[in-house]
Ligand binder design. Structure first.
Ligand code: ZN
Length: 204
């Protein structure tokens, strides 16, 4: 198994405690509007001669209208949406995470920006705070190392470099700021789930 870094655009509910009973309703809707294409599973893996794709639940090819929901910044986006034959997951497709019983924190591996809601500066001790919080979920409050004011981890501005949630939709093979969800797509997610959505970029 290769350990290459895969860059991703990750969508998640803004309310970190929000959870769906299952992905079924949202997946059905996203297939209907052609954001999603075929589910990647046994039959597709076999068709492509790609046994490593077998048994990867909740992965989908991009649908026919994917580019109407995700805007690429370049003038001619090169979206590689065909699974490589080596089994790599580094191609543009969509993965739905588990729906976790607890809130999870995900971020980029570097250049994470955490803005203090009090002094608006970049907090230097956020990673330490996340580490403490991951051992004790009640420990969301800490003191900003710039202004010393008490702040909550869930109130920080991450500038699309991190997020808290119990469920995530990963769009693989997208570099930071290379592509962003359109407002109508974020509205569609909100309408379908009854909660507002946000996004970040990560390489892990
Ligand atoms: Zn501060």
């Amino acid at each position: 198994m290769t350990r290459q870094k895969i860059h991703k655009l990750v969508l998640h509910p803004q309310d970190e405690n929000f959870a769906l009973p299952s992905w079924d309703g949202l997946i059905a809707r996203l297939r209907e509007v052609a954001f999603l294409g075929d589910q990647i599973g046994e039959s597709l893996g076999e068709r492509l001669g790609n046994p490593l794709e077998i048994e990867q639940p909740n992965r989908f090819l991009v649908g026919e209208r994917f580019l109407q929901y995700i805007t690429f910044m370049g003038c001619s986006p090169a979206v590689e949406s065909t699974p490589p034959t080596d089994g790599s997951l580094d191609y543009c497709h969509i993965h739905f995470s588990k729906i976790y019983p607890e809130v999870r924190f995900r971020s980029a591996s570097q250049n994470v920006f955490a803005r203090c809601p009090q002094c608006r500066k970049s907090i230097g001790n956020w990673a330490q705070a996340v580490s403490l919080w991951s051992k004790d979920a009640s420990a969301v409050n800490f003191n900003c190392d710039k202004c010393a004011e008490p702040v909550s981890l869930t109130q920080l501005g991450w500038r699309h470099t991190a997020g808290f949630a119990r469920l995530f939709i990963d769009v693989n093979s997208i570099y930071p700021q290379e592509a962003i969800p359109t407002d109508p797509f974020l509205s569609l997610l909100e309408t379908q789930t009854g909660t507002q959505w946000d996004y970040f970029f990560t390489d892990q």
